[in-house]
Design a protein around this ligand. Structure first.
Ligand code: FE2
Ligand code: FE2
Length: 303
């Protein structure tokens, strides 16, 4: 977004600043009689053969994974943003402060998501599993070049805001605590996307066209790796759903649930970011038409 520099990010960050206990949790617990993830993200409304209680439980499972996924991606986001602060250590101290705030906020978000996992576990039946270790995945992501990792980070920062505004905020039937977590989270995410939009072109300027072309390949590899994670986690989440609820479903319905949850996760973590107009604008200003086609083809294989 034009006109939003690092100084503006600091100003917004100071205004948005919140505390986990005082502002977000406020001594509350999750009410399992309410939905967590809205239909716009969970897509459970498309599984019309499920009863209301079953759909609600599936939205709660997806909501738990949603919170875990954020705690998990924020591990590599902080590591990468801390690394790029190096470029400002001895230069623009306003940029340095803005990026340090970015990291401080993401560390707090990780703490928030760590705190709510046991709160969700208390109310939900045993057997839920979040499969991936944040450090192991972060180490693999950080093997890729900074250009590709910044692209992935921008997608995430943008869809975080989009999900809240488009789907979470308008849904009146959600758990108020779940809703507040993502309201406050979103408030501190707005500056992150702005800073990604500043840093990604700076990184881009350092690259030769050959290095950028490699960056495009590595971005495609990262998206494929994200999809691998989504396939495994959606399977684990549906297995848990079927084990706990064991509704008398036939193979056709079970397959529809498996496809529906995977489709929802791909929407949540890949397409709502990759198709975001701001992501498309930022990407389009850095790559060639042929590179854009390569990315679109790779996305087409996932759909
Ligand atoms: Fe965050
Ligand atoms: Fe963020």
């Amino acid at each position: 977004m034009e006109g939003y520099g690092y100084a503006k990010c600091i100003e917004i960050s100071k205004r948005a600043r919140w505390d986990i206990d005082k502002d977000v949790i406020r001594g509350r617990e999750f009410d399992l009689s309410q939905k967590f993830l809205p239909d716009g993200l969970s897509k459970v409304d498309e599984l019309d053969f499920l009863g209301g209680e079953e759909r609600k439980f599936l939205s709660q499972i997806q909501g738990r994974t949603y919170a875990n996924m954020f705690g998990f991606v924020e591990r590599f986001i902080v590591a990468k943003i801390l690394e790029i602060t190096r470029g400002h250590w001895l230069g623009d101290q306003i940029a340095l402060e803005a990026l340090v705030r970015f990291c401080d906020e993401e560390l707090k978000h990780q703490e928030l998501f760590r705190r709510i996992e046991p709160m969700l576990a208390v109310g939900m039946p045993e057997g839920y599993r979040f499969l991936h270790q944040p450090d192991a995945v972060a180490a693999a992501v950080l093997q890729k070049c900074t250009w590709a990792v910044l692209a992935l980070i921008l997608e995430i920062e943008l869809f975080t805001q989009e999900h809240y505004r488009q789907s979470i905020e308008p849904d009146e039937s959600l758990s108020p605590l779940f809703k507040d977590i993502f309201l406050f989270h979103m408030k501190e995410e707005t500056t992150h996307a702005l800073m990604d939009e500043l840093e990604w072109p700076l990184e881009d300027k350092k690259l030769t066209s050959k290095e950028r072309d490699r960056g495009v390949d590595e971005l495609i590899e990262l998206v494929a790796a994200v999809d691998g994670i989504l396939q495994a986690q959606s399977k684990a989440d549906v297995d848990y759903f079927l084990k706990v609820r064991s509704p008398q479903l036939g193979k056709v319905e079970i397959d529809r649930i498996r496809d529906g949850v995977l489709k929802a996760y791909r929407w949540q973590y890949i397409f709502s970011g990759a198709e975001h107009p701001r992501f498309r604008t930022a990407l389009g200003s850095l790559i060639t038409e042929a590179q854009g086609k390569r990315i679109n083809n790779a996305l087409g294989l996932i759909r």
